[in-house]
Design a protein. Structure first.
Lengths: 355, 164
């Protein structure tokens, strides 16, 4: 797999299609699994991690999945390339930063990623554009079924799939749905939504997961609990609340339009104008402005730009992607200048430039 | 106590000792962050987990503190400090400490849901991990003859597991 080619596209999670894709960016499910006969990664020697990698890599290569998964040996990648994979959500920040033998098997369309020697020996991840929990579950369950026939998983009747951290034990499953909620944030109703979600044991996180901030008005909603409920029950719980949040966001958008159309139009036009003409742009400001442009496209307040372009820009203006696209390593200030230049070029190419 | 820089309630209390003179500082979270005296508050899962572990295993601590997993060698106190277990067998060895914790995190401590079609008994899992650790030790001390024997034994045990 050629990482340089990846940076030119948006990847699966920002493809901008799939059910409810005006609000639901993507759906992701991951399963944590460990081999029965090895210590967990934090306790395994480099030699043992090498053995774990060899066994899992071989079994993964025998999986009956089309097209074939490509294996990437992470220690062989430089820091920038590892960061590109993190920005595309193909590997976790933990795996990028870990030490010793480790890697990831990826599907070319970026829907499947199997991480070896993360916190657990194996982290399976399936990603879908839009709201597609069932489809994502069917695929990850199938891959897991195939692997469990070849690898003895660490499992106990009482505690389920055994994981290095007790917060993941049981199903080992974390299902998450990423939502774009600019209107709920604008009307400050978002806090209320979050409090309600926390009461039913759902967690809300920012764009890049644990501890990350909600930039670009993106929020991930996922199950907090992994033990004591079946996979299907956990999925149903998420499945039950997402349509409601979608409805709230749509209502908030409509009342924003109704109550203050000119103010909203102005906010969106200013965002687009700034993106088209600024000469220095931080990643944070870019996310915020692109978010308003995305909202403008969804509300048909912007007509000369496509969702796909905006989605691509969300990822391509991230620090590592930007440096890959420019072909040079850039420090903070240089990056801000390059980011602004890149945005101007791309948005004008796409007809966003108004005279 | 009110913040010394604004009037909000002070939640950060620091004691500064300079030239043998003690000075107490009381600030609210926001001013303390602005002064870069404390880090911006982030959701720190390991820290939260650590607190949870501390709160919920109180009565067992003495007994638990002495426990060490025979398979991977991790001590219960090491788990408490880092929040990560060392091997599958720890769920058995530290059971008394883990169940209250799991109850707190998940509100239950029994698995419901998918089960692998092939399972290995917990005793067998522990035995295999222990053999692996002994193999590792043998390689480290360059006891190659013992390492070869252990490797054969592991292969044999894993093979019987395949058929069973």
């Amino acid at each position: 797999m050629n990482l340089d080619n990846l940076t030119h596209t948006s990847g699966e999670w920002l493809r901008g299609s799939g059910p409810e894709s005006d609000i639901v960016i993507s759906t992701r499910i991951r399963l944590a699994r460990n081999m029965a006969s090895f210590p967990f990664c934090n306790r395994a020697s480099s030699f043992q991690k090498g053995e774990i990698e060899t066994v899992l890599r071989e079994q993964i290569s025998k999986l009956d999945v089309e097209p074939r998964l490509a294996y990437i040996n992470l220690p062989a990648l430089n820091n920038l390339d590892r960061q590109v994979l993190v920005e595309r959500q193909l590997i976790s920040r933990e795996l990028a930063a870990a030490e010793g033998p480790r890697g990831v098997a990826l599907a070319p369309q970026e829907t499947v990623s199997l991480m070896i020697n993360e916190e657990d020996h194996l982290r399976l991840q399936v990603m879908r554009s839009g709201f597609a929990l069932d489809e994502a579950w069917r695929q990850i369950d199938r891959v897991d079924d195939q692997l469990e026939q070849r690898v003895s998983y660490a499992f106990s009747d009482d505690f389920g799939y055994l994981t290095a951290c007790p917060t993941n034990v049981g199903t080992g499953m974390r299902a998450s749905v990423m939502l774009h909620l600019p209107a709920l944030e604008h009307t400050k109703q978002i806090e209320k939504v979050f409090r309600a979600l926390q009461k039913i044991n759902l967690a809300v996180r920012g764009l890049y997961g644990e501890g990350s901030r909600a930039s670009g008005h993106f929020y991930q909603i996922s199950n907090q609990v992994t033990l004591g409920k079946s996979e299907q029950t956990l999925l149903n719980e998420i499945h039950g609340v997402i349509p409601q949040i979608i409805t709230y966001e749509r209502q908030a958008r409509q009342s924003w339009l109704r109550d203050n159309r000119q103010g909203l139009q102005d906010k969106i036009s200013r965002a687009q104008g700034t993106l088209c003409s600024a000469t220095m742009m931080t990643s944070e400001e870019t996310m915020e402005l692109l978010s308003y442009v995305r909202l403008g496209i969804n509300l048909s307040l912007i007509e000369d730009l496509t969702l796909l372009t905006v989605n691509e820009l969300f990822i391509q203006t991230q620090p590592a992607h930007l440096q890959k696209l420019m072909g040079v390593s850039l420090d903070g200030e240089e990056r801000n200048a390059a980011r602004a230049r890149y945005l101007r070029t791309r948005l004008r190419e796409n007809g966003a430039h108004r005279n | 106590v009110k913040c010394q820089l604004c009037t909000s309630p002070a939640t950060v209390h620091l004691t500064n000792i300079e030239n043998n003179k003690k000075r107490e500082i009381h600030l609210c979270q926001r001013c303390a962050e602005a002064q870069q005296l404390v880090k911006k508050q982030e959701l720190n899962l390991p820290a939260i987990l650590h607190t949870l572990i501390g709160q919920h295993v109180g009565p067992w601590t003495d007994e638990l503190a002495r426990l060490t997993c025979p398979a991977c060698g991790i001590r219960y106190m090491e788990f408490r400090a880092a929040g990560r277990l060392g091997c599958p067998h720890d769920y058995n060895v530290f059971r008394a400490g883990l169940e209250p914790l799991l109850d707190r995190i998940h509100r239950t401590c029994r698995h419901v849901g998918k089960r692998p079609k092939r399972t290995v008994s917990l005793e067998k899992q522990a035995e295999l991990v222990e053999l692996r650790q002994r193999l590792q030790e043998a390689i480290k001390t360059e006891a190659y003859e013992e390492a070869a024997q252990l490797r054969d034994l592991l292969r044999q045990k894993e093979a019987t597991d395949e058929s069973g």
